[in-house]
Design a protein around this ligand. Sequence first.
Ligand code: FES
Ligand code: FE2
Length: 383
Amino acid sequence: MNESVGQTGFDTARVDQMRQILADCAAAPAEAPRSLPGHFYTDAAFFDHECRTVLRNGWHCVGRADEFTEQGDYLTLNLLGEPLIIVRDGDDIKALSNVCRHRGMLLAEGQGNANRFVCRYHAWAYGTDGTLLRAPRMKNEGFDIKSCKLGTFPCVQRFGFVYVSLVPAPPDIDAELAGLEAVIGAYEPDQFAIVHAASEVWHCNWKALVENFMEGYHLSVVHPQTLHGYTPTGLSRKGPSGVGFTTYFANYPDNIPPRGEGAPGLDAQSRHRSTLFAAFPCQVVSVAASLLVSLSIRPLTPTSIEVRWTMSVYGSSLDGDTIDQRIALWQDVNAEDREKLEAMQTALGSVFANGGPLAGDDYEGTIRDFLLWLARRDAAAGG
Ligand code: FES
Ligand SMILES: [Fe+2]
């Protein structure tokens, strides 16, 4: 049997078979779309394959630009096994490798402000651009301090979000998101100011949360007290999609008062709904006139994710108490979704979890968009 490290020939054959099932599922006619079978949410070998392909090759939201306003503001995270420091360095926000070039110690942890990163193992010190500034007692003739700069990753800002890719030549993010500006630009998403961030581990597959956040079909069933009054399922409408994103509109009933003014250029319709988008593979966002909530999904295992979510507000239309209420509301909403996804995860290993028919475009068309994206990217990634 042809065996490579960590993956047997048996695994390879199963992954190839699943890739074909993914392609077949995406090829289902638009009027009879289907969801992926359960093993796409549980299989370890397929998860490894995704990590190497659609996940690693994608752009990942790592935070809001206004989390890095002062020189040296930084945030650490682990993205698909890669430890990163996101840091303000002059006019740039950079994504540095959080791995000391001496013997591989993790350099920084948590979030804070630093003018240099000093390794707590042997005290090598790096600047915020990753340059090695000092390496105590390293007198060896062959040692070149300049050759020990921290690794860096592509890092860009769009819509007030910071995106990182783990590959040196990632897809063109402007091509990925072309068309999204027309859907959300009037909200002025880059003008929102962050008021809350939290991380939690959920026991579900990463795709399940992308799909859950992006479909309006469950809103009235799962969120009867928290969301139904504002965004009932019946008023969900599919929005435009692009190369690397999809959208839908969660419209408010006519009798609901506006929830804050928001940007001056917003039309009445945009003010009277939440607009949701997914920037594939792993970011899902809800933007409304005065509130923007973003979830960055970090796959950990086939059946677990770290979810870092942020809440940002537009201008000063929301007072402190209202902001606290919105944070509490979103904590409740997230808990309601998490409970469903973790319960579903326990069922997806069943031999009867074969994937089922999806609802129409306004309710689950975004899941079909995601499936089409997955299949396209998987095919492009090759073997
Ligand atoms: S591992 Fe960082 S200084 Fe030795
Ligand atoms: Fe939900």
